[in-house]
Design a protein around this ligand. Structure first.
Ligand code: ADP
Ligand code: MG
Length: 263
């Protein structure tokens, strides 16, 4: 089983930014309860800069809650979360500022329906990052190019397929120049024939060295792209390791049982 700073298996990518000594994300003794129900029970995980970690596990195991705790969309009941050097759980942290460093993509795309694709990508840049309209549009066009949708800049979300909308949502996140990206089942709402184009964009990001934490049921993607797979069950990390081990040759009975149902 690998340590939390497992080396990258994507040796074809640029070494720049990969495997810095300080983790991009550090989760320490994290617990989260909703009322009397303890959903996360002592989660400890570190994610290295440039590392791609896929989080798998049954429905209700706490995957979304873990991701949402990382950028404090949920307030942890106990424990500490660090993004780089900054402690998200420090009461004095400038949460809005630290959050801009963390991109998040959800199952639902949540684009503004009344705004063009380009405007969807520039609003937060100008409002939150105070970029000029010109700079924001330049960055927006470059991230749209990255997801293969530059020609849709003037379209409205309703004119796009679900796969294209999710690629726009990814581009919108990237336009904020995040240090790392969190994905929560980004392809689960898509028709099967549209899943591949979104996974291809994510694979491209991984190859470019983006630090990524991806909750997914796409085992082929996890095997292909992840440096490390984390299996969660019942609010715990039950097993983790390189995909060949954690998916290809799981040791824990609960991992085996889960995989036998999804593979
Ligand atoms: P997963 O993403 O692995 O399916 P979640 O993190 O969404 O799991 O949920 C884990 C558990 O926490 C579930 O039992 C769910 O019902 C519960 N839960 C999640 N969010 C809330 C909430 N806001 N209030 C109460 N219970 C919640
Ligand atoms: Mg979930």
């Amino acid at each position: 089983m690998s340590s939390s700073t497992s080396p990258s298996n994507t040796s074809s990518t640029s070494p720049a930014g990969r495997l810095s000594s300080r983790p991009a994300i550090s989760v320490q003794n994290l617990k989260k309860s909703f009322g009397a129900i303890e959903v996360l029970k002592d989660i400890n995980v570190e994610i290295a800069t440039g590392e791609v970690v896929c989080v798998i596990g049954p429905s209700g195991s706490g995957k979304s809650t873990l991701l949402r705790c990382v950028n404090l969309l949920e307030t942890p009941t106990a424990g500490k979360i660090f993004i780089g050097d900054d402690e998200m759980t420090d009461p004095d942290v400038d949460l809005d500022k630290v959050r801009t460093r963390v991109g998040m993509v959800f199952q639902s795309f949540n684009l503004f329906p009344h705004l063009t694709v380009l405007r969807n990508l520039t609003v937060a840049q100008t409002k939150v990052l105070k970029r000029s309209k010109e700079e924001a549009e330049k960055i927006a066009m470059s991230t749209l190019t990255r997801v293969g949708l530059a020609e849709k800049a003037q379209a409205y979300p309703a004119q796009l397929s679900g796969g294209q909308q999710q690629r726009v949502a990814i581009a919108r996140s990237l336009s904020m120049s995040p240090e790392l990206m969190l994905f929560d089942e980004p392809t689960s709402a898509l028709d099967p024939e549209l899943v591949g184009e979104v996974l291809a964009v994510m694979k491209g990001l991984a190859k470019e060295g983006m630090t990524m934490m991806v909750v997914t049921h796409e085992m082929a993607f996890a095997r292909d792209v992840a440096d490390r797979v984390i299996f969660m069950d019942g609010g715990y990390i039950v097993e983790q390791g390189p995909p060949d081990e954690c998916i290809g040759n799981p040791q824990n009975e609960r991992t085996k049982s889960f995989l036998s149902r999804v593979l």
